[in-house]
Design a protein around this ligand. Structure first.
Ligand code: MV4
Length: 499
């Protein structure tokens, strides 16, 4: 493989190109008109504009991207995450064009893209699953009989679902029909496929996912787990590896279950198997993501494995260079997703120019991003600015490093979730590992961010008053102004300053 095209943008495009470069492979970027000035375009050896800003007219144009790849003699296409990464048809078209798709087979993408098909495939491998309906539910009366057997509350899910869409909790038999109808029509609207199934509702689960790698020769290994329980409306906020709650025995069991899910669809490449884990550490297979995930860096940091390089080597037809016994975890890694959103205003996406953008550095800190100072954040794409990742010998050191890195991160011009991240990482329930998927809903309100910084501002004001008395007023005011400007807009707003 001599040349790879990355069918993506932003941080993940750059992330993929970095590994390709290290392997002596040339890179091709594609970009939309909104991304002409983006770092991923400059980072590539060659770059081609594929259309207007809207994803549907650029990053989602599979055939156009393949045509670009052909014209530039590209050997492999890496889809990144999102966009075309889990589009079985795109994977098929790439292969038909004589280009290697750096990812799983179209068949594996298809099976795992349907939750019903995924569960059906996994069943043959004795994977623990939440009690539920065998297959789709169509008949209400029949479904109610099963629901009575499992016990309420139950959860109705869309087979084609993702991100919580088409999910409905049913508390009792009386509301079953109504909720089932709602789930079905939501699923038709969102996915064009109204098939739904049901599961027993697990009340306070942790979300734990296992990274796997499979080669073309039937070898599949697990690279341990990531815990992604801190989410806000199905958007992940903090991810870490390893999970703070698993025992070595459960880790091995869940890892082996994940490998079996991989075997159930003859998985090739990097994939992630998601599980719900209850308070007694029972785990249940949820679904499989057939792509490189956003949060893959925490796994890289604790295993020392470059997952993108492994994807490329696998796509080149190489055998895995390690067996399960060769893999070890070392230390702890925590990732914070930094979004251009306003946590004080219901996480409304914020756009604008990055007037100041200074990244944190230093021991154990990694920043995967796709923006730089002076750039404008486009409205067309995901509002994630960067992934801030910290590694430490243990969880406490990783968290402390991440907190330090948040303080060292200077972003001016757009509102970000950095302060919200700080709130999460300092929360006693996060620090002690006593959290589940309800963490944000249970613990966060924007008032809490306000209060936290009111204290800070009070202290600053006291200092200022003291200095005024000492006739150093000018100094402290200019000092505070600079500090406020270099942190973020809400500080400035709280100080009642402008500009
Ligand atoms: C569940 C569940 C409880 N019980 N299934 C949400 C997204 C979809 N991928 C699966 N999800 C859930 N499935 C049963 N049987 C709770 C969730 C869930 C959730 C899962 C992972 C991470 C965050 C979540 C937030 C709310 C609900």
């Amino acid at each position: 493989m001599k040349k790879i095209l990355v069918a993506n943008r932003g941080e993940i495009a750059i992330r993929v190109m970095k590994s390709a470069r290290e392997m002596g492979i040339k890179t091709v970027a594609v970009f939309s008109e909104a991304d002409r000035q983006s770092p991923h375009v400059r980072y590539a050896d060659e770059a081609v504009c594929i259309g207007p800003a809207a994803s549907k007219e650029s990053y989602l144009l599979g055939e156009k991207i393949i045509a670009v790849a052909k014209s530039l003699d590209v050997d492999g296409i890496h889809p990144g995450y999102g966009f075309l990464s889990e589009n079985a048809n795109f994977a098929r078209l790439v292969e038909e064009a004589g280009i290697t798709f750096i990812g799983p087979t179209p068949e594996a993408i298809e099976v795992m893209g349907s939750k019903l098909a995924a569960k059906e495939a996994a069943k043959k491998f004795d994977i623990p699953m939440v009690p539920g309906s065998e297959g789709a539910i169509t008949d209400v009366a029949e479904a109610k009989v099963i629901a009575d057997k499992i016990g309420y509350p139950i959860l109705i899910k869309a087979s084609a679902g993702g991100g919580g869409k088409g999910m409905r909790i049913v508390e009792n038999a009386e509301e079953f029909e109504e909720q089932m109808n709602r789930a079905q029509s939501e699923a038709i609207n969102a996915f064009g496929d109204g098939s739904v199934f049901m599961e027993k509702f697990v009340g306070s689960p942790k979300h734990i996912e296992v990274q796997i790698l499979g080669d073309n020769y039937g070898n599949i290994v697990y690279l341990f787990e990531r815990e992604c329980s801190v989410q806000r409306r199905h958007q992940k906020v903090v991810e870490e590896a390893p999970s703070s709650c698993l025992t070595p025995e459960v880790r091995k069991a869940i890892g082996e279950a994940a490998v079996n899910v991989g075997k159930s669809c003859a998985y090739i490449g990097a994939g992630t198997v998601e599980f719900l884990v209850d308070e007694q550490l029972n785990f249940y297979f949820l679904e499989m993501n057939t792509r490189l995930q956003v949060e893959h860096p925490v796994t890289e940091m604790i295993t020392g494995v470059d997952l993108v390089k492994e994807q490329i080597k696998i796509a080149r037809g190489e055998r895995l260079s390690f067996e399960q016994e060769d893999l070890q975890m070392r230390g702890h890694a925590v990732e914070l997703r930094v979004y251009a959103e306003d946590p004080m205003n219901n996480f409304l996406p914020d756009i604008g120019e990055l007037k100041q953008y200074t990244k944190p550095e230093g021991p154990g800190v990694r920043v995967d991003d796709g923006y730089e100072e002076g750039m404008s954040i486009p409205i067309y794409y995901d509002p994630m600015l960067a992934k801030l990742i910290a590694y430490g010998a243990d969880r406490e050191e990783a968290i402390q490093r991440l907190l330090r890195a948040i303080d060292d991160y200077k972003i001016v011009g757009v509102k970000t979730t950095l302060a919200f991240g700080k709130f999460v990482l300092q929360h006693p329930d996060f620090v002690t590992g006593k959290f589940d998927t309800h963490f944000v809903a249970k613990n966060f309100s924007s008032e809490l961010l306000k209060t936290e910084h009111e204290d800070e501002m009070e202290i600053a004001a006291l200092f200022a008053a003291d200095f005024v008395e000492k006739k150093a007023a000018k100094d402290i005011v200019s000092n505070l102004t600079t500090q406020a400007a270099s942190t973020s807009n809400w500080r400035k707003n709280r100080l009642g300053m402008r500009g």
